[in-house]
Design a protein around this ligand. Structure first.
Ligand code: PLP
Length: 391
């Protein structure tokens, strides 16, 4: 038997920004024996899940569930509504926004990419300008990420919607909410989003493996014109099976059991309370970071994320060495810097099934890690966070 290191005993703090800590209730639900996915109990569960998902997305139109990671939902949104060669306007303000652009390009779409500094969100002024310039309406869709997980920047879809309207442009509006759903207010209908993309492993408190498309009437109309070949991702067969509570393939039953339970938990707590809890935990995290004298990756306080905070290390200090120390000494995983901020930042995930004492422990691990890693910082960040959490 390999010897278990003493530091690895006890609870492992999974403080990456998703997959995050999962509630015992959800884990137990997922361990239930399977049921017939063509039987009446399954149909009832599916219908109830779809109805409650609409409440979480604040959507009156259909929600589609894929047994796939977020990448699948990105692809599904594009291949259902567009045709090869179509132009899309995409805002690359972080690693995941960049990956979505890459998926679009690989599908054969013509991507007009607006690159940012990875410290700010999508500028609605840029959206308006680009769409106003496009007098021929060659741009068929606008793609944005609500909360960019790689940076901790939350953009404003409502503002982007207004910018599209000011430009009087008919492009479809697609928003990735993988990191914002069930941590931050989101309104598919009010913001007239045409396709909302999301996934199970963050605010929904589930393991990875499910992802979602939420669609508007306009998106359904676009789907009728789409020329992309598709089979598994095709909305139509899924929508018609879903009406009866079924899927046109063998569904991921255990993940759906988990989703069923997670939705109960979120709605029992109340979405407003869920958002408020995340906002307070995020604020406490930022107070600790400021007291440490470190910089937050998100440069605009109005765009701070509820689910994740990126922390910049001073020049010459490696964020991955710090993460390694924290894992080895304190049994806690922090999020890695991705893409062009690799090694420069680490990310604290404060989302999902998470409370004040879990955050206090998380910040303690970071503060002890900073000391061990020899990063110059001011002590007392945890104290500042505790003052706020206890108030
Ligand atoms: N979009 C965002 C904002 C993400 O954070 C992620 C993954 O973390 C994705 C999309 C891609 O999702 P997945 O890794 O589940 O394919």
């Amino acid at each position: 038997m390999p010897k278990l290191e003493s530091e690895r005993r006890g609870h492992h703090f999974l403080q990456i920004p998703g997959p995050a800590n999962m509630p015992d209730r959800v884990l137990r639900a997922m361990a239930r024996p399977l049921i017939d996915h063509r039987g009446p109990d399954f149909a009832e569960m599916t219908r109830s899940i779809l109805e409650r998902l609409q409440r979480v997305f604040k959507a009156s139109g259909p929600v589609l569930i894929y047994p796939a990671s977020g990448h699948g939902a990105w692809e599904a949104a594009l291949v259902n509504t567009l045709s090869p060669g179509d132009k899309v306007l995409a805002f690359e303000n972080g690693h995941f926004a960049a990956k979505w652009c890459d998926v679009a390009r690989r599908l054969g779409l013509n991507v007009e990419q607006v690159s940012g500094d990875w410290r700010h969100g999508v500028d609605p002024g840029d959206v308006e300008e680009k769409l106003t310039e496009d007098r021929e309406h060659t741009i068929k869709a606008v793609l944005m990420v609500h909360t960019e997980t790689s940076t901790g920047v939350t953009c404003a879809p409502a503002e982007v919607r207004r910018a599209i309207d000011r430009a009087g442009h008919p492009a479809l509006f697609m928003v990735d909410t993988v990191s914002s759903l069930a941590t931050t207010d989101y309104r598919h209908d009010d913001w007239r989003v045409d396709v909302t993309i999301s996934a199970s492993q963050k605010g929904l408190m589930l393991s990875p493996g499910l992802s979602f498309n939420v669609v508007s009437d306009k998106a359904l109309e676009a789907a009728r014109q789409s020329q992309f070949p598709k089979a598994f991702w095709d909305w139509q067969p899924i929508l018609s099976f879903n009406e009866r509570g079924f899927f046109p393939y063998t569904p991921a039953t255990s993940l759906l059991f988990g989703l069923n339970e997670a939705l109960d938990m979120l709605l029992e707590e109340g979405l407003a309370q869920v958002f408020d809890r995340h906002a307070r935990l995020a604020e406490a995290t930022r107070r600790a970071i400021s007291a440490w004298g470190l910089d937050i990756q998100c440069a605009n306080p109005e765009e701070y994320a509820n689910s994740i905070t990126g922390v910049r290390l001073p020049e010459g200090h490696d964020a991955d060495s710090l993460r390694q120390i924290v894992l080895e000494k304190f049994c806690m995983s922090l999020g890695k810097g991705l893409g062009k901020v690799e090694g420069r930042i680490f990310r604290i995930g404060h989302l999902g099934d998470f409370n004040k004492l879990m955050l206090a422990a998380t910040l303690s691990g970071v503060e002890m890690g900073l000391e061990l890693a020899g990063v110059p910082f001011e002590k007392g960040g945890v104290q500042e966070a505790l003052k706020f959490l206890g108030s």
